[in-house]
Design a protein around this ligand. Sequence first.
Ligand SMILES: [Zn+2]
Length: 259
Amino acid sequence: MLEKLEGIVLRTNDYGETNKIVTMFTREKGKKAAVARGAKKTNSRLSGVTQPFTHGIFLVQGSRGLGTMQQGEALSSMRYIREDLMKTAYAAYIVEMTDRTTEDGEINLPLFNLLQKSLEYINEGADAAIVTNIFEMKMLSQVGLRPELSSCVVCGETEGKFGFSIRENGLICHRCKEQDLHFLPLSPASIRLLRLFYFFDLERLGNIDVKESTKKELRAVISMYYDEYAGLYLKSRRFLEQMERFDYNFQAKEETNDD
Ligand SMILES: [Zn+2]
């Protein structure tokens, strides 16, 4: 049976001399792998459309297990991501997390939309670090994590000065912070954004402009939380961290040169 699938290419693996196995996350079938015959040849009609991050329509033969890709047409090649090393690092992290937290054939429309929208925003030039943070906060439910972000996780108060307690699994207020001596103090801006990222639709991302210090706080608290609870070890995360360090150093140098 020939199926028409809207999908995003998560990764490809070489298969024989000239073929690729393409793993996609699709709207209709969840994660799905298909052999793209000849796709390793640059002149193949399947070579362009099977590049990582490509959002496209694919005709796949074989509804169960490994299918065979007959045709593909890109809706977006995500070329601005692939032309930029920093954007590529963030996008690689997003697709690897999708790959690692899903099983073949499990339909998940909210996740498909989240993945597609996140890559589209990065491709269009939105702040990739922020888009990635939003993706991570939205993925918490996918990995089975539900931090308390509405109120203090200990006393339930909604007013006060808050930090984040990894151990207690949520926001902790100034009255309760002795309960976790390792709580992370966060600025009100970071608290507000953590809540925003967790509760609101990615569709509503406008032009949010986030200070570097706030971005560092968000990166730190979200990474520590994932490290503690998610049990994911992603190759792309190490690459992303190296790139971020390089980027910060580069920005710091640029600022010094301006003086
Ligand atoms: Zn409290």
